[in-house]
Design a protein around this ligand. Structure first.
Ligand code: 5CA
Length: 443
């Protein structure tokens, strides 16, 4: 993409309404624009990052054997009356009437709808296990939408639902989700710690939230410092293996890590003092096992091997996709701007032409730009007629992990400069070596 042809409305001023750094930077970097309280338009660069997160989530869910689908944002109230949640959900649910006076709602979550799809189509244990998921907009009429995409009213969520014959099978699905979420967050450059949580309006005895530690996080968290030493890494896992998935759950959840909702002072104090941590965190996901709560209410049953009709065991599993962008920025920025982890960056690298209009510099940039595209990479070429200082400031603000600087002086010696956004370190390389290096980083 050539910056002169792109839509990147960066702001020079710091927007006064933004209280936390991720919100400020998303506005300043031209990623989002508020359209109403807690509701945002996703401008091209914000949208690009959203798509990258979606891609990672789809890859990891499909790897775990979960099936993508899509349900509507608007639902009829009937199913929610059947489950009892139409009244129970309260003011957070946005209720709408259609032209016939029928009660509709903008979905805050989709347990009812997916259970209805299930009960209409599945009647035998032979069709289990089954896990389907979607990535879809949700609406919750939060009393205090704030911090930009972090606590929106309209927000993007991955929500998955498992249907199993037995509790053990459903707990295996729970563990599969835990593993796939650990992988997902790590690929986004985040450490998200599973913490024992509370079921809230979704319900459920088994539930973990995934928290990214950040001073601006809304949740108070208590944990054993050993949990931050754990990484999933690139280990291969057989998602069909009950033992392997259970092993990962035990490894990642056996140490104390809880949100304030489930915090137990006595258990916490049993941890050696030097390992006790009290901090703040951003909740970027939650997994639930809630047994037959919805299948009982909605009559989602199957015939088991003996011909008995039994309610299916279910769970639901969410990732806050739009919130994650805020969380990533909270975890990865400096005073100049965003620093994108390579796994989610909107463009792989930036090209800064120090002397736009200089035929040699222009030609070198064009060559680099085309060669990078040929290698399957997406560069953002700043080809505007701007001062070098302004171009650097924009690149630093939007946070691409690598910047190639091209100017007449370097070109005389046959080199361009490659700069790492995170460390600020630069090296001079021939254009060919530079392309080679960036290609290697992303493959
Ligand atoms: N049905 C379940 C799982 S699919 C569910 O709705 N879970 S949830 O309520 O925990 O939401 C899933 C994730 O969505 C949360 O972990 C959080 O990261 C994100 N989320 C929830 N509310 C908001 C909000 N107002 N703004 C942005 N993200 C949100």
């Amino acid at each position: 993409m050539r910056l002169s042809r792109y839509f990147l409305p960066v702001l020079k001023e710091t927007p006064s309404e933004a209280q936390i750094v991720s919100h400020r930077l998303m506005l300043r970097a031209g990623m989002i624009k508020q359209s109403a309280a807690g509701i945002y338009s996703w401008l091209p660069m914000g949208f690009k990052v959203l798509r990258k997160l979606e891609d990672i989530i789809h890859e990891e869910q499909i790897r775990a054997g979960h099936i993508p689908m899509l349900m509507p944002t608007l639902q009829s109230a009937d199913l929610w009356r059947e489950s009892g949640r139409y009244d129970a959900y309260g003011e957070e649910m946005l209720r709408i009437k259609d032209r016939h006076g029928r009660d509709m709602l903008y979905t805050p979550t989709a347990e009812e709808l997916i259970t209805d799809i299930f009960r209409s189509n599945v009647s035998s244990y032979k069709d289990l296990p089954l896990t389907m998921y979607q990535i879809q907009w949700k609406f919750r009429d939060e009393i205090r939408p704030r911090f930009g995409v972090m606590r929106g009213r309209e927000f993007y969520m991955k929500d998955g639902y498992n249907f199993d014959l037995t509790k053990d099978d459903a707990l295996h699905a729970y563990n599969r989700h835990l593993v796939s979420y650990l992988r997902t967050y790590e690929r986004m450059g985040l450490q998200a710690i599973p913490m024992r949580a509370d079921g809230g309006p979704i319900g459920g005895d088994y539930t973990h939230e995934f928290l990214v530690l950040a001073e601006t996080g809304e949740s108070e968290v208590f944990y054993d410092s050993e949990v931050t030493d754990l990484t999933f890494g690139d280990r291969e896992i057989d998602y069909d293996s009950v033992e392997q998935c259970q092993g990962v759950l035990e490894e990642f959840t056996s140490r104390y890590a809880r949100t304030d909702e489930t915090h137990d002072e006595a258990l916490f104090n049993a941890i050696p003092e030097e390992r006790r941590r009290v901090a703040r965190g951003i909740e970027v996901g939650q997994i639930f096992y809630f047994g037959t709560k919805y299948s009982d209410a909605l009559g989602a049953t199957v015939q088991d091997a003996d011909g008995n009709s039994v309610a299916v065991h279910m769970g639901s599993h969410g990732i806050g996709v739009s919130r994650l962008i805020g969380a990533i920025i909270e975890a990865s920025h400096d005073d100049k701007g965003i620093i994108w982890p390579e796994g989610v960056t909107p463009f792989h690298c930036g090209i800064v032409n120090l002397k736009q209009g200089d035929s040699e510099a222009d030609a070198a940039c064009e060559n680099l730009y085309k060669a990078l595209i040929k290698h399957g990479l997406e560069p953002l070429y700043d080809d505007r007629n701007e001062r070098a200082g302004g171009k650097f400031a924009t690149m630093d603000l939007i946070g691409l992990p690598w910047r190639i600087t091209v100017g007449p002086r370097g070109l005389k010696n046959g080199v361009v400069e490659l700069t790492c956004r995170r460390t600020g370190e630069s090296e001079e390389l021939t254009p060919e070596a530079c392309i080679e290096k960036i290609h290697r980083i992303y493959s």
